[in-house]
Design a protein around this ligand. Structure first.
Ligand SMILES: Nc1ncnc2c1ncn2[C@@H]1O[C@H](COP(=O)(O)OP(=O)(O)OP(=O)(O)O)[C@@H](O)[C@H]1O
Length: 614
């Protein structure tokens, strides 16, 4: 496969990373500087002082002076060691915390970017790869870049000091070490090229394994594990993935080993030649014993530092590769702030009840082949209750998301009180709607906070919303009433709600928001028949003074609405009141007849006492 050119160069990634350091932990750069100084000092002391001591011994210096130098070296090395440990702990902790901060920033970005953009499959894949390659563990890009930069600078500065010594005394040794380093670098570079073309597989496997691992051990799947043998399904997928992962791991290890082996062979030749030459020079007395000791130490350090430098450089380049997706994801444009509304538009928008118009609206999901909605036009007049019905997948939820501004029409216009909704700032638009979605999203907070979605709820308003959603008694029965924590994710004694209770709580949340447009997307799907009937009866009261959209599969419930739209294949197939649609004898009437047949069957008992349908 052709080598893909990285989008962000190493220098660009380093500049970006150190901007993040400056933003979150500016102290980290002093830590890096300290590490560089301490590493260089340790290296220099460790090489120069032994040579000095050997020189003192050879010149028969005074014993007490010899001891002073030796003690001084021991103390200096111990102090440098302690400083190095101290700096390392701080730096590593900061490096990890910075990675965590970047992960939080990544998640915040997902809230800020348009919902529609987040629905795009390639953006979702980029998000997963950003997390997997750059943020998921200590050696992922966003932490590896810091560790390798620190190592590279520390080894680099020390190496410069030794280069001066080595090239002055024995240039041939210097050249030898450099040639070996170039060969080692070539080996590692060939590994990196392979890694770059294959790393996407790695991230995909990691995401899939993590999904299977998480769900296979999720306690809430216990029922399906037992009754549908879902455990076998997990097991077989998990094992297949582990096999694939082992295959990749083996390929990765083999490539790494070959790359390192090339460097090792070059190193072996280098060491053999260097030490032989040094010993021969000492034997021929071209070098004094102190010079021999110094050069021996410098060569050792030089070799170790060159190897370290090479490895750090390799890790740095790899970290830079691992940052590509994160950089690309964070560079997604968050929408430019929209202009504040003109005074005339603001007062128009403030009118109640709110009127909504769809004008020839079509919608094609990003990367989908066919439009989900086609040329949809209707008016939801202020204070009106509109029911949206149709078979599964007809586009009902999509239409409601377009209305709220979560999705933008591919073509056509949505007007709110006559104003083109595309010109409204997102927060202004979201404030107009209080939705109850199909799925409940309880947060790990107390009941009142779940209703008000704020840290300090107004008790009176919370109670009013709970009462309207018929939850007063259920909440009163909880151990600490409205202060009972929900879910056990953060609180060990958190309460669990049933599906229906959770759905009622979502209704209370929407009512508490008190927005001018109420959107109920199958709000009764999880409710029992009595609760469902209560919601229908309450519906008239709940929506008084508001405009509302009601999505339901129970056609009996749509009778309470002023207008019904029957969606089929993304188009408005039928539109009118309940009676008008029944009289039209179309698909709505057909669906209604099928549903009502089951409700209206007469229940009788036969002679044997068995219950039979009439
Ligand atoms: N994020 C998405 N990307 C691509 N297609 C999508 C996406 N979300 C929904 N769709 C498709 O759009 C179509 C309409 O989905 P939608 O959820 O609006 O239907 P619905 O009428 O609300 O269905 P239901 O009655 O089952 O809730 C479906 O074919 C669905 O697969």
């Amino acid at each position: 496969m052709a080598k893909k050119k990285p989008q962000y160069s190493l220098v660009n990634n380093l500049r970006w990373y150190f901007r993040q350091v400056q933003r979150y932990f500016p102290g980290l750069k002093w830590d890096i500087l300290g590490t560089v100084v301490v590493t260089a000092l340790t290296g220099v002391i460790g090489v120069i002082v032994p040579a000095w001591l050997v020189g003192l011994l050879a010149s028969r210096a005074h014993f007490s002076y010899f001891v002073e130098v030796a003690l001084g070296m021991a103390v200096a090395l111990a102090a440098a060691g302690a400083a190095s440990t101290f700096l390392k702990f701080y730096a590593d902790a900061w490096g990890s915390n910075l990675r965590a901060k970047l992960a939080v920033a990544l998640h915040q970005l997902t809230y800020q970017m348009p919902y529609q953009q987040l629905q795009t499959p390639h953006v979702q894949e980029q998000f997963h790869q950003s997390f997997s390659n750059a943020l998921s563990w200590t050696l992922a890009g966003a932490e590896a870049i810091f560790r390798s930069t620190k190592g590279l600078l520390a080894d680099g500065v020390t190496l410069l000091i030794f280069t001066a010594t080595l090239s002055a005394f024995t240039p041939w040794l210097f050249v030898l070490v450099l040639v070996a380093a170039v060969i080692g670098y070539w080996g590692l570079q060939s590994y990196r090229q392979w890694y770059e073309t294959n790393k996407a597989n790695w991230a995909t496997q990691r995401r899939q394994t993590s999904y299977l691992g998480r769900t296979a051990y999720a306690l809430e799947n216990g029922k399906d594990m037992r009754l549908y043998h879902i455990g076998d399904w997990y097991q077989s997928h998990y094992e297949a993935l582990l096999q694939a992962r082992m295959h990749w791991q083996r390929a990765d290890s083999t490539r790494t080993a070959v790359a390192e082996l090339i460097g090792d062979v070059a190193g072996f030749v280098r060491d053999g030649a260097a030490y032989t030459m040094l010993v021969l020079a000492a034997a021929a007395q071209t070098l004094s014993i102190a010079q021999f000791t110094l050069l021996f130490g410098v060569t050792n350090q030089f070799v170790a530092l060159t190897n370290g430098l090479l490895m750090d450089w390799h890790q740095l380049q790899k970290a830079s590769l691992d940052l590509q997706e994160l950089r690309a994801f964070t560079d997604h444009q968050t929408p430019a702030p929209t202009q504040p509304l003109a005074a005339a538009d603001a007062s128009q928008l403030a009118k109640r009840p709110v009127t909504i118009q769809f004008e020839h609206v079509s919608y094609l999901y990003p990367e989908a082949e066919n439009p989900t909605l086609r040329d949809v036009s209707f008016t939801l007049a202020g204070g009106e209750r509109l029911a949206l019905v149709g078979v599964n997948g007809a586009g009902k939820s999509t239409l409601s998301k377009l209305m709220m501004g979560l999705l933008d029409p591919t073509s056509g216009t949505i007007r709110i009180n006559g104003i083109d909704a595309a010109t409204l700032p997102p927060q202004t638009r979201y404030a107009l709607f209080a939705p109850v979605f199909q799925e409940s999203t309880l947060i790990a907070a107390d009941v009142a906070q779940n209703v008000a979605m704020t840290a300090e709820p107004d008790a009176r308003r919370v109670q009013a919303a709970l009462k309207q959603a018929d939850l007063t008694q259920t909440v009163a029965d909880l151990k600490q009433g409205v202060h009972t924590q929900l879910t056990r994710n953060l609180h060990d004694d958190g309460a669990d709600l049933s599906g229906g209770q959770a759905q009622k709580l979502m209704l209370a949340r929407a009512l508490h928001k008190d927005a001018p447009v109420l959107i109920l997307d199958e709000p009764t799907a999880a409710l029992d028949a009595i609760a469902e009937s209560a919601v229908y009866q309450m519906y008239a009261t709940l929506t008084t003074g508001k405009t509302s959209l009601f999505i339901s599969h129970r056609l009996a419930s749509t009778r309470f609405c002023d207008q019904i739209i029957f969606l089929a294949d993304g188009r408005i197939a039928e539109q009118g009141t309940h009676e008008e649609l029944l009289n039209a004898h179309g698909r709505y009437a057909e669906m209604y007849a099928i549903q009502s047949k089951y409700y209206q069957k007469e229940v009788k008992q036969d002679g044997s006492g068995q219950v039979v349908l009439g």
